[in-house]
Design a protein. Structure first.
Length: 170
């Protein structure tokens, strides 16, 4: 699999493939209906990463409410991991949040998912709390990134972009 998957807006036609990928990734996956409902809402933005000849290899979602945004979901096919696809999806989602004029962005992540936590920390997310039993059999770490329109955060994003470019993952 190549690191050159294209990232684009999710469409209704993508949902069956996204839901199948979701079932392969997560213990308690969203249903097809949840994806259709989410995609239909105005304050949501969903993306897919698509690899020629392979299909959808990743996806992510963003919810915007006034000055805050929430990463609702992020998933990458196991076979496509370690190719910076999660980083590229996060750049697009955070960019969408900034474009929507939000100041802060949040997400939940499994306590055991250290790889995802490292990814989110790269984007300036810091732990602020715990949600007991958020997942079927595990707690969630609540993380926030603040002042995402500020110069410090913009510098952080530039660093992430430069890292991707240096690794040839653009």
């Amino acid at each position: 699999m190549s690191e050159y998957a294209s990232i684009r807006t999710m469409t209704r036609d993508d949902i069956p493939a996204v839901a199948t990928l979701e079932q392969q990734i997560y213990d308690n996956p969203w249903s097809v209906r949840v994806f259709y409902d989410e995609l239909a809402m105005e304050n949501r933005r969903y993306l897919v990463a698509e690899e020629d000849g392979v299909g959808i290899v990743g996806y992510g979602g963003l919810l915007v409410v006034e000055s805050d945004a929430h990463i609702t979901t992020l998933g990458v096919d196991v076979a496509a991991r370690r190719q910076s696809l999660g980083t590229r999806l996060m750049l697009e989602l955070v960019g969408g949040a900034i474009g929507a004029g939000v100041d802060h962005i949040t997400l939940e992540v499994r306590m055991s998912n250290e790889g995802a936590q490292r990814l989110y920390q790269k984007f300036g997310f810091a732990p602020v709390g715990l949600r007991k039993h958020y997942y079927r059999n595990e707690d969630a770490l609540v993380m926030w990134a603040n002042d995402i329109n500020g110069i410090d955060y913009q510098s952080r994003l530039m660093g992430v972009r430069n890292e991707l470019a240096a690794a040839g993952h653009v």
